[in-house]
Design a protein around this ligand. Structure first.
Ligand code: NDP
Length: 237
C-alpha cells in the first residue's frame, strides 16, 4: 500500500480489466479517483459505487472530448491512460477506419491527455500510460496496428519526459504481457501459444499491473521517467 491520501487521480478507461484494478488500487490507497468509460456504463457505475470514485463518460477516440475531460478535471497529481484495444486480422483485410480509430484511442488520446494534464499538474506530478510488451516484441501475425500503437508510446514518453522533467513531472509507460481480462482471457484460444513464449507460464493479474502503476505514481519513483516498465512473465525476454 502507498499513501495517496488527498491525491487527485484521473484514469482514462477505468471501467473494466486493468483500468478497474488501477481504480481500485488508488481508491483503496486513499486517492480521490475519477475514471472514464465508454461502452460499459453499468460496470462503471458499479465500480464507482464500490470504490467511492466517480465515473464519467468520455470516448477516447474523440480527441477533443479527451482534452476537455482532462482540462475540466483541474490540477491532477496523477494521470493514468489505460484505455486501449487491439485489432486482429491480416493487415490487407482490416478496415482502414478501424485502424485509424485504434490509433486515435491508443496513441492520439494518450499524447493529448498527457500534454493537457501537464498544463495544470503540480511539481511531483505523475503520468503513466499503459503500453504493451508488443511495443517491444510482436511474435504473431495480424496485430501490426496494435504493435505500431504501443511502440509509438515509447517515443512519446521519451520526448515528453524531456519537456516535463524540468517541472518535476514524470511520464512512464507500463508494458504488460498477457493479462487476464475480457480482452485477453486466460481461458481463451491463444493461451498455450502465449504461454509458450513466457518464463512464468500464466497470465498476469490486473492487480499486478496496478501494483506497478502505484509504485510509479508514488514517492519512491521521482527519479524514474521517460522509461518503459515491462511486466510480462518474460514474454518479451
Ligand atoms: P479490456 O478490454 O478488458 O478493458 C478496456 C478498458 O478500456 C475498458 O475499461 C474500456 O471501457 C476502456 N476503453 C476502451 N476503449 C475506450 C474508449 N474508446 N474510450 C474510453 N474507454 C475505452 O482491456 P484490458 O484491461 O485488457 O487492457 C487495458 C490496457 O492494457 C489497454 O491499453 C491494452 O492495450 C493494455 N494491455 C492489455 C494486455 C492484456 O493482455 N490484457 C496486455 C498488454 C497491454 P468501456 O468498456 O467502458 O468502453
Amino acid at each position: 500500500m502507498t499513501d495517496f491520501q488527498g491525491k487527485s487521480v484521473l484514469v482514462l478507461g477505468g471501467s473494466r480489466g486493468i483500468g478497474a484494478a488501477i481504480v481500485r488500487r488508488f481508491a483503496s490507497d486513499g486517492a480521490k479517483v475519477v475514471f472514464t468509460y465508454n461502452g460499459s456504463r453499468e460496470a462503471a457505475e458499479q465500480l464507482a459505487a464500490e470504490t467511492g470514485s466517480s465515473a464519467v463518460p468520455t470516448d477516447s477516440s474523440d480527441r477533443d472530448a479527451v482534452i476537455a475531460r482532462v482540462r475540466d478535471s483541474g490540477p491532477l497529481d496523477i494521470l493514468v491512460v489505460n484505455a486501449g484495444f487491439a485489432l486482429f486480422g491480416d493487415a490487407l483485410d482490416l478496415d482502414p477506419d478501424e485502424v485509424d480509430r485504434l490509433i486515435r484511442v491508443n496513441v492520439t488520446a494518450p499524447y493529448h491527455a498527457s500534454v493537457e494534464a501537464a498544463r495544470q499538474m503540480p511539481e511531483g506530478g505523475r503520468i503513466i500510460v499503459i503500453g504493451s510488451v508488443n511495443g517491444d516484441r510482436m511474435p504473431l501475425p495480424g496485430m501490426a496496428s496494435y504493435a505500431l500503437s504501443k511502440s509509438a508510446l515509447q517515443g512519446m514518453a521519451r520526448g515528453l519526459a524531456r519537456d516535463f522533467g524540468p517541472r518535476g513531472i514524470t511520464i512512464n509507460i507500463v508494458q504488460p504481457g498477457p493479462i487476464d481480462t475480457d480482452a485477453n482471457p486466460e481461458d481463451g484460444p491463444m493461451r498455450d501459444l502465449m504461454h509458450s513464449f513466457m518464463a512464468i507460464k500464466r497470465h498476469g493479474r490486473p492487480e499486478e499491473v496496478a501494483g506497478m502503476v502505484a509504485w510509479l505514481a508514488g514517492p519512491e519513483a521521482g527519479f524514474v521517467t521517460g522509461a518503459m516498465h515491462t511486466i510480462d512473465g518474460a514474454f518479451g525476454a
